[in-house]
Design a binder for this molecule. Structure first.
Ligand SMILES: [Zn+2]
Length: 170
């Protein structure tokens, strides 16, 4: 059996293991395990923590789940909206959690968020990059590059996301 396999969702070369994944951010178990390990690094070290918002948004936007699952649809919108705010509006990273809350609250129960056809590929960078890195001082740039590459991979949906964000601002 191969030791590593590509995640069926994001393509990350991930440990070929049995196990759980997230309820609607569907991935290969090894990819979800790598995400958990990156989270653990971020929660335990201030320099790793600096990349946390990028990691959360990039990972979610590369794992879109099932078309009929409302939770998956909402999640992808919230995290793409956060990437929009970060890269197009230069929202400070400290303000991102509150922005996600605001976006989520605004659209809750309105049934306005529809399935977004994902890109054919989510770009060359994945959770694998921060997972492999053992240098805390490099983590911020690695996660930033990853998040930007994910945001760019969704370029065909940028207009839709921009419009949804503008609605909560008006
Ligand atoms: Zn994955």
């Amino acid at each position: 059996m191969d030791e590593y396999i590509p995640c069926f969702a994001c393509g990350a070369i991930s440990p070929n293991i049995e196990g759980e994944c997230h309820k609607y951010m569907l991935s290969s178990p090894g990819c979800w395990a790598m995400f958990g390990e990156v989270m653990a690094k971020e929660y335990s070290h201030p320099l790793y923590w600096k990349g946390h918002q990028f990691t959360v948004d990039a990972y979610a936007a590369q794992h879109v789940g099932k078309k009929m699952d409302k939770r998956a649809i909402n999640s992808v919108h919230i995290h793409l909206a956060a990437l929009y705010a970060i890269f197009e509006e230069e929202l400070s990273l400290e303000a991102v959690p509150q922005f996600r809350e605001l976006f989520s609250h605004f659209y809750k129960g309105k049934d306005l968020l529809k399935w977004l056809d994902p890109p054919k590929t989510f770009g060359p960078l994945t959770i694998s990059e921060p997972w492999k890195n053992g240098h805390p001082e490099l983590h911020f740039d690695i996660t930033r590059r990853w998040a930007r590459s994910v945001w760019e991979s969704w370029s065909h949906q940028h207009r839709t996301i921009a419009d949804l964000v503008q609605r909560i601002r008006s």
